[in-house]
Design a protein around this ligand. Structure first.
Ligand code: EPU
Length: 337
């Protein structure tokens, strides 16, 4: 096991915040994980692409960086392919691989930052599709016992940006490989989402394929969301809150243009947190190197020289103001370290 000490984490988190890790261990294989378990080291923090964390302090203990790579088809028939991918692969590179092999199912999830291992943890989603729809199973190693485990879809308890790996199993397992069941033909496309429709008609594409959808999603994301290479950010900072219909009706009396999404649960409505934050007056604000993005209020940003503590403080301020105006408690989607 190769351990690096006092490692600057700036390039390992998409906010680009300057904190350090006491120890960093890169994990390239299952054997590397067994070494960690044998050495009984703790506490451990598991890092993927660092695109969904807010660092607020130097990390004392061990940061394990997932570098397990590899993509292969492990089973297939005429219609479907079961693809196994290393949890340390870049998610977007994996999506591009599926497109180049004419495999459908992940095209709407193009350009989401982060690694493959983080995808089931967050149950990432965008433009009407969540990863759970093509997820098949994952392999992981229990960090206490060293036991190798497989979780199939049902056992993962996927919900909106949620899974068993964010709850009961938080920090307990190290995900090594993930399997997705993808379509080889008769691709089931999902492009009802307003923005995708608009981009396709602008390009005069009437019968889109998976690559057209991916291209459209990339166009939309590049327009709306800041590139972490230029401005530090972790995508949506908050989840879109799910509220009771009664509260929704009450708010609507004063805000007739309140946007909303229907949910699968009766009596519950999802509200775009970006709208709430914009109404609360935070959109585009900037102070001490941090702020709220000017095109998408759901995205908190780090320009230069700001701190994670200041970002956390701003997040609390936003939560309080939104609560005092709308009576809605919004919760972070990013993990706070
Ligand atoms: N809106 C505003 N002001 C803003 C931002 C949004 O009024 O500053 C309103 C608009 O009415 C807009 C609606 O919010 O129509 C929804 O905005 P958008 O379509 O941009 O989506 P979102 O709800 O803000 C969610 C996901 C994104 C995902 C997009 C597209 C969450 C927390 N976020 O954002 O996921 O890409 O939908 O499907 O669910 C991420 O998780 O990091 C992420 C980027």
């Amino acid at each position: 096991m190769k351990t690096e000490n006092n490692v600057a984490l700036k390039r390992f988190n998409s906010f680009g915040l300057s904190y350090t890790a006491q120890h960093l261990v890169k994990i390239y294989s299952e054997n590397d994980i067994y070494d960690v378990i044998e050495d009984n080291i703790e506490p451990v923090y598991i890092l993927g692409g660092g695109s969904n964390i807010l660092l607020t302090k130097d990390i004392s203990g061990y940061v394990l960086k997932n570098e397990i790579k590899g993509i292969s088809v492990i089973e297939e028939d005429e219609y479907c392919a079961l693809v196994e991918v290393g949890a340390g692969e870049s998610w977007h590179q994996f999506v591009l691989w599926t497109l180049s092999h004419q495999l459908g199912g992940l095209e709407n999830l193009s350009l989401i930052p982060g690694t493959v291992g983080a995808a089931p943890i967050q149950n990432i989603g965008a433009y009407g599709v969540e990863q759970k729809s093509t997820f098949h199973s994952l392999h992981c190693i229990d960090l206490k016992t060293g036991e190798r485990k497989t979780y199939f879809k049902q056992a993962c308890q996927f919900g909106y940006r949620d899974s068993i790996f964010k709850n009961e199993l938080k920090g307990q397992v190290f995900i090594t490989k993930v399997q997705y069941l993808l379509q080889k033909k008769n691709h089931k496309l999902s492009y009802e989402y307003g923005d995708i429709h608009a981009v396709l008609s602008e390009k005069k594409i009437e019968h889109p394929g998976i690559t057209d959808i991916s291209d459209a999603v990339i166009t939309i994301r590049q327009k709306k969301l800041p590139d972490p290479k230029n401005i530090g950010n972790a995508g949506s900072f908050f989840k879109n809150p799910v509220i009771d219909v009664s509260l929704f009706e009450k708010i609507k009396e004063h805000h007739p243009n309140l946007p909303f999404y229907h949910t699968d649960t009766e009596g519950k409505i999802k509200i775009p947190a970006g709208w709430l934050i914009e109404q609360a007056g935070f959109k585009g604000m900037e102070r001490n190197g941090i702020g709220v993005h000017k095109n998408q209020a759901l995205v908190l940003v780090h320009y230069e020289g700001g701190s994670g503590e200041a970002l956390l403080e701003l997040a609390h301020e936003i939560q309080q103001k939104v609560f005092s105006i709308f009576g809605i408690q919004i919760e972070p989607e990013v993990n706070i370290w």
